[in-house]
Design a protein around this ligand. Structure first.
Ligand code: AVJ
Length: 333
């Protein structure tokens, strides 16, 4: 019996179910290859940000979250702590809680303690991160039913089956929604609206528009952790797809695009050169970039309008005193 299987079995004893393990990772490996080859073949080379989060990338992201310059994690946590009772009143107790992108579930433990959900369903693209998080939760909340789902939530996903008629609440923290374009965010909210049904609700963390210098610092930290996080995408391509990227030939470049209302992250070639991935070759001009991430920022009314267009009324919006981050309480309308 492999280590994986043993782990899974022991987790089942704790009332924990793991959905979509091995088959998903095989499919994910094929998709990674397909997306990388397609992205690098575009006139504006691009790579999807969801691929940042392999084991090394997840560790780097956790380090980003602790950086002095990176305010979103800290701010969202403070909002969640400060309004926990109000948030619990909003969602109601004993609901079925589905969380998207639950890599490191710090805010989640607070929420679970306050909301006492009947079942907790974390969905994450990273199986190892999900497994570690679920194992900690099983230990701390032995009576909580957990259904952990390895999935790419940028693809349509059916609400997993669970017993009971509890109110369905989707939790989408961390401003992950910022990775989506406005059209994608609209489609995602609409899909979620379908999942939670007419009595459902959604709790979503959104990074708000603010002084561009604050944004700039958050994505250009002095220690270079964000640069390492960005460059790790190339290292991952080397590791998993046999690429020959030389990381020193690329520079991290992040800036706020005020017209689009988003931070853009790029990797810029320092000189003209060619890279190989198996039999595929991609050439770079000096200064040519790979666009690796968008991180959209919203004003409160902008996000309210977006939610409304997808079938959600904004019942609550909790923010910090500086108005840097918003936790939106949405109800199906
Ligand atoms: C996880 C998408 C919310 O956009 O701030 C952090 C990712 N990228 N630093 C963000 C990220 C660079 C993060 N999200």
């Amino acid at each position: 019996m492999g280590r994986d299987q043993r782990e899974r079995r022991s987790l089942e004893l704790g009332g924990f179910r793991f959905v979509g393990g091995a088959q998903f990772s095989e499919l994910a490996a094929l998709n990674f290859r397909k997306d990388v080859l397609a992205g690098l073949a575009r006139p504006q080379k691009s790579l999807p940000p969801k691929y940042f989060y392999d084991a090394a990338g997840s560790r780097l992201f956790e380090k980003i979250c602790r950086l002095r310059e990176y305010y979103p994690t800290r701010t969202e946590l403070a909002i969640t702590k400060g309004h926990l009772a109000d948030i619990a009143r909003f969602t109601g107790k004993g609901s079925a809680l589905l969380e998207y992108g639950s890599g490191e579930s710090l805010k989640t433990r607070l929420l679970i303690r306050a909301l006492r959900p009947s079942v907790y369903m974390p969905v994450d693209i990273s199986a190892p991160a999900l497994r570690a998080a679920a194992r900690r939760l099983v230990r701390d909340f032995p009576r909580l039913g957990i259904v952990a789902i390895t999935a790419d939530f940028s693809q349509p996903l059916a609400m997993p089956p669970y017993r009971g008629s509890a109110r369905r609440v989707v939790y989408f923290p961390g401003s992950t929604i910022g990775n989506l374009t406005h059209e994608e965010a609209h489609a995602f909210l609409k899909m979620t609206r379908g999942q939670v049904g007419p009595r459902g609700a959604m709790l979503v963390g959104v990074d708000l528009k603010k002084d561009a210098n604050v944004l700039h610092a958050a994505y250009n930290d002095a220690e270079g952790v964000t640069a390492a996080f960005n460059l790790n995408l190339l290292a991952r391509i080397n590791r998993e797809l046999g690429g020959d990227f030389e990381l020193r030939r690329f520079a991290h470049y992040a800036f706020y695009n005020p017209l689009a209302g988003r931070i853009e992250m790029h990797l810029v070639a320092r000189d003209a050169h060619v890279i190989n991935i198996g039999n595929y070759r991609f050439s770079f001009e000096r200064g040519e970039s790979i666009h690796t991430e968008n991180s959209y920022k919203y004003s409160v009314p902008e996000f309210q309008r977006l939610a409304l267009s997808a079938g959600f009324e904004t019942a609550k919006c909790w923010t910090d005193p500086r108005g840097w981050f918003g936790v939106f309480g949405l109800v199906a309308n």
